[in-house]
Design a protein around this ligand. Structure first.
Ligand code: NAD
Length: 300
């Protein structure tokens, strides 16, 4: 059993921390939200009063934060993780952030003699709750072996993408493709329905034809086609459009730094930007359908 500091107890972090508790680990937890900390304390974690308090005894530090600036501040800040983590602690950041910041923070950790992994996840809030996440890991192979047993308590697939930052690059490639696929799926469904087709029948046809894809088959954006999908509950829960917009921005940043052409990723980013400006940033990312059928509001 390892003593773990878990920081960032939001939609993803809280269920991940619950799974570690269920597996018998001792956890010190910290979040800026007192309510989030209380949820874990009630389940048996120790409520830390600060980052320093959370990491003081930790063999492993796991973080799950929104974006670059939160991760930089939390790790590199004067009272942050690197200032207080004990010698020998393993640091695992599961947030989706830029590869640049992941490398910067891992470099600063290495300068303190601490091993660090970037380990963004795929699988959403349902995967976090079920313990079936996919971890996409960048960093040293030996550090990954130290982390593997813990990751197995929160997920079912662990991939080693390469050196520090490589996990973030792979995650961003995946999410750029997902954004493109979701927008394309919404566009195709809307075209068929505009011609009088039933969205369920059209989905069944395309799912058995060459247009089949994950968004169509498992996360259908048309309300009522798939009972369990966010589209059938007013686009609540799931993966927020604002987070998808963030990831598409990270993909463009990565494309610029490597001079790689990503025109479809750029277009998907514009669509999600418009969608956010329309006030839909909090809705699940499959709500991009609303952009294609604004009069009906996508709520058929
Ligand atoms: P969230 O906003 O629900 O949770 C983030 C948590 O971090 C919040 O509770 C916030 O209070 C806390 N926090 C922020 N700054 C902090 C600080 N300095 N100290 C302590 N706590 C701090 O976000 P989420 O949905 O859990 O997503 C977290 C990360 O996982 C993001 O990078 C996101 O892109 C990625 N992700 C999310 C999903 C999803 O479906 N929600 C899926 C895959 C990956």
């Amino acid at each position: 059993m390892q003593h773990i500091a878990f920081i960032g107890l939001g939609n993803m972090g809280a269920p991940m921390a619950h799974n570690l508790l269920r597996a018998g680990h001792a956890l010190s937890v910290f979040d800026l939200s007192a309510a989030a900390v209380e949820g874990l304390r009630a389940a048996g974690a120790r409520a830390a009063t600060s980052v320093a308090d959370a990491v003081a005894q930790a063999g492993v530090v796991i973080t799950m934060l929104p974006a670059d600036r939160h991760v930089r501040e939390l790790y590199l800040g004067a009272d942050g993780v690197l200032a207080h983590a004990p010698a020998g602690a393993l640091l695992i950041d599961c947030s989706t952030i830029s590869a640049e910041v992941a490398r910067e923070v891992a470099g600063a950790a290495a300068a303190r003699g601490l091993a660090m992994l970037d380990a963004p996840v795929s699988g959403g809030t349902a995967g976090a709750a079920a313990g079936t996440l996919t971890f996409i890991v960048g960093g040293d192979a030996q550090a990954l072996e130290r982390a593997r047993a813990l990751l197995d308590h929160m997920g079912k697939n662990v991939f080693h993408a390469g050196a520090a930052g490589a996990g973030q690059v792979a995650k961003i490639c995946n999410n750029m493709l997902l954004g493109i696929l979701m927008a394309g799926t919404a566009e195709a469904l809307n075209l068929g329905v505009a011609h009088g087709l039933d969205p369920k029948v059209l989905s069944d046809i395309m799912a058995k034809s060459s247009g089949r894809n994950w968004a169509l088959e498992l996360y259908n954006p048309w309300p009522g086609v798939m009972e369990a999908a966010p589209a059938s509950r007013g686009y609540s829960g799931g993966f927020g459009s604002a987070l998808m917009l963030k990831d598409l921005g990270l993909a463009q940043q990565a494309a610029l730094s490597a001079q790689a052409a990503t025109p479809l990723g750029g277009l998907a980013r514009q669509l999600y930007q418009l969608h956010q400006q329309g006030g839909h940033g909090d809705l699940d990312f499959s709500s991009i359908l609303k952009l294609f059928r604004p009069r009906a509001g996508g709520d058929r």
